[in-house]
Design a protein. Structure first.
Lengths: 215, 260
């Protein structure tokens, strides 16, 4: 279970203070698949970064009682100047996984072939998405935080995600930030609409989508 | 207690992985790699020593000028690189914060450790090479040499721990970091011995852990050719206070770090 209680996040740029989150309260239970909806700049990525522990909230507390992935997105978690293999090796080391297993899984899942010998900064966003997914699936988390990244993949990648992730790991929890309403409708059983720094949880995904579309 | 030892185990793993990663990113696979860390100070110290030999003669009170420059300059290189790399270290490594087990203190620890290992390797290597040319003695007191290095490294680590968050908080401090190295030179004992100073100035110099460290290192190498002046309780006291200030600042700054 992951509990967010009364999360505030402010950013200071020079003299300007921007409040992104103003008292966000919700929890993610095991096996729960939550869609995160909100307009551009509503704070979806910020919330995911706070839950992932990448940034710290200005006030409030995040309690993690299950293992939680890093936010899977286009950039985070990689070192751009390192190759795909070097990134895999680094992640295997810090998450204490045997590299041989990690390597085999990454090769099989990403199908990137020789590209894995290239620096990650030269990858397209689709290739990054493949690598990010492969690395986090190889570690096996109880809760996955996904920031948009699924949607950039091609058909083959989406099929793979579906097979490995949505079918093979049904018991995992998920927080999925997305503008793709079909994806949210298909995979999530609850949804949060983020607006004006406040998060509203809806038990019915279609209701959440209706609210989001009316924003 | 169990969670502490577990946490420690994780940190050791993270630090090891970061060191390997840092070496790969900084030097690349196709480069001469770690050798450069060793070669750079050696090259500089060699050149400066060579020039000084012409200006001041081959030795001074039985101490070879080249050996004197090398023993001073290599620790200074370590200090310069460590300070320089502490500036904005959190921003430049922020992608790593995606992994919760990676802590901002690991960045500092890793950078300073790599620089320290590089500098010590350069020191040993330079000493060995110069020994065959007859201008470097066999260290007279290895214990003192090691203690000196320890004092020096601990001080540099403490300063880096404070500089890193300060550079993040203020643009001005970030720009002043390179200057801080030049301010440090007179207090570092790089190009002078405490015994050449007046007693009052020596008293002041003892507040600098760098000077104590350097004196101990030099005594370790040259033995009774020099009279070392050092004050361990002041050296560790000053470093410890700086370290505590640094740790407090790091904790504050962690809350403000934004990762894009």
């Amino acid at each position: 279970m992951i509990i967010c209680s009364d999360i505030y996040k402010e950013y200071h740029v020079g003299k300007v203070t921007k409040s992104v989150l103003c008292g966000v309260d919700f929890s993610i239970n095991p096996r729960e698949r939550i869609g995160l909806l909100g307009r551009n700049g509503a704070g979806k990525s910020t919330l995911i970064r706070l839950i992932g522990g990448v940034e710290m909230p200005t006030s409030g507390k995040i309690t993690r009682k299950m293992s939680c992935s890093w936010p899977l997105g286009f950039s985070g978690g990689f070192q751009g100047s390192l190759t795909g293999y070097d990134n895999a090796r680094f992640i295997a080391r810090i998450y204490d996984k045997p590299y041989s297993e990690m390597r085999a899984f990454v090769e099989e899942f990403t199908e990137l072939g020789v590209n894995l010998h290239m620096p990650v900064k030269q990858y397209s966003s689709g290739m990054r998405a493949r690598l990010a997914f492969a690395l986090s699936l190889a570690i096996e988390f109880e809760c996955y935080l996904i920031d948009e990244v699924i949607m950039v993949g091609d058909k083959n990648f989406r099929e793979k995600c579906k097979k490995h992730f949505f079918e093979g790991r049904r018991d995992r929890a998920l927080l999925l930030a997305s503008h793709s309403l079909p994806t949210v409708r298909q995979y999530c059983n609850r949804a949060i609409v983020l607006d004006n720094g406040v998060a509203q949880m809806y038990e019915d995904v279609n209701e959440a989508i209706a609210v989001y579309e009316a924003l | 207690m169990k969670s502490f030892s577990q946490g420690l185990r994780v940190q050791v793993k993270v630090i090891k992985a970061l060191i390997v990663r840092e070496l790969v990113t900084r030097f690349g696979r196709d480069n001469i790699g770690f050798l450069w860390i060793v070669a750079e100070p050696l090259l500089f110290a060699g050149l400066v020593g060579f020039v000084w030999t012409f200006i001041r003669g081959v030795d001074k009170g039985g101490i070879s000028v080249v050996a004197f420059v090398v023993t001073g300059y290599i620790p200074l290189t370590f200090l310069r690189h460590s300070f320089g790399r502490s500036a904005k270290i959190f921003q430049s490594n922020s992608a790593l914060l995606y992994h919760r087990q990676v802590k901002i203190l690991d960045f500092i620890l890793v950078r300073v450790t790599i620089e320290a290992i590089g500098a010590m390797t350069a020191y040993i290597f330079a000493g060995t090479v110069l020994y065959f040319f007859g201008s470097f003695p066999i260290p007279a007191n290895v214990g003192s040499l090691i203690l000196g290095w320890f004092v020096y490294v601990f001080f540099v680590m403490s300063i880096s721990t404070a500089l890193a968050p300060l550079s993040e908080m203020s643009e001005v401090i970030e720009k002043l970091v390179p200057v801080s190295v030049y301010i440090a030179i007179p207090f570092s004992g790089v190009f002078n011995l405490a015994e050449w100073l007046t007693p009052t100035m020596r008293e002041v110099l003892m507040w600098s852990p760098m000077a104590s460290g350097m004196e101990l290192m030099r005594y370790g190498v040259f033995g009774d050719l020099i009279t070392p002046y050092y004050d361990l309780s002041k050296a560790f006291g000053v470093s410890l206070v700086l370290l505590l200030v640094g740790l407090t600042l790091c904790r504050r700054v962690r809350r403000m770090i934004t990762v894009s």
